[in-house]
Design a binder for this molecule. Structure first.
Ligand code: CTP
Length: 208
């Protein structure tokens, strides 16, 4: 099958030398890409900057900002059977990007941010994607309830949820413990190394 996977953080430019980003390492998305390629799928990885090596047999489309990622997904999703959104996309971006490096003139500096486009939330109605759609939900509270809301709002077949307030799993960790939130039920998976978990997740997603 053809599988598109988004991964990593995005970088939202402030001026020519500065950006806003987040703690995503990209490990979960890269592990999913590696597992999917190992299982014989044709994988396209659309990723923000990470320090990870590209898994063998994976096509790669590098991006920086949330807007870049939106465009890349929009141009590629039409030919995919499955789309998995593991990227930690910025929800807000600077409303204006300064042409020149911002100088430290005042005691305070206020940045105005504006909402980015929700890529996962646009796949069904804006991009007309009819394949299997899998989202992620990184939560710090009410994990299952928040993930179910996302699953329904964004018309996903599955949302993979984790509790990022726990320091032993999630962002930048080798391990993860996730809850599988389907439109009509929830299942919890035991804590595992991200590479093992990724292989298991691909098997589950293939069967949806
Ligand atoms: N996502 C996306 N584009 C965005 C933001 C998020 O594709 N601009 C995807 C992520 O890759 C992930 C899921 O959406 O699969 C996470 O959604 P999230 O931003 O947590 O959901 P929201 O409904 O926007 O809720 P919240 O208020 O928690 O941000």
């Amino acid at each position: 099958m053809k599988i598109l996977i988004t991964a990593g953080p995005t970088r939202e430019p402030i001026d020519p030398v500065r950006y806003l980003t987040n703690r995503s390492s990209g490990k979960m998305g890269y592990a999913l890409a590696a597992a999917a390629a190992k299982r014989g799928h044709e994988v396209l990885l659309i990723s923000g900057p990470t320090s990870l090596d590209l898994p063998p047999g994976v096509d790669y489309l590098p991006i920086e900002s949330a807007a870049d990622m939106y465009q890349a997904v929009e141009s590629q999703i039409g030919r995919q059977d499955i789309a998995i959104f593991a990227a930690a996309v910025a929800d807000y971006t600077p409303a204006q990007v300064a042409d020149q490096k911002i100088k430290k003139t005042g005691e305070q500096l206020t940045l105005t941010l504006e909402k980015t486009k929700d890529i996962l939330g646009s796949t069904r109605e804006v991009m007309n994607f009819s394949g299997t759609l899998v989202g992620f939900a990184a939560e710090t509270e009410n994990v299952e309830e928040n993930a179910r809301g996302k699953c329904q709002r964004k018309s996903c077949n599955l949302v993979i949820a984790n509790d990022v307030s726990r320091r032993d799993i999630g962002f930048d960790s080798q391990e993860n413990e996730v809850m599988l939130v389907y439109p009509d039920r929830t299942e919890s998976l035991p804590k595992d190394r991200k590479d093992h978990l990724a292989y298991h997740l691909i098997e589950i997603i293939e069967s949806l």
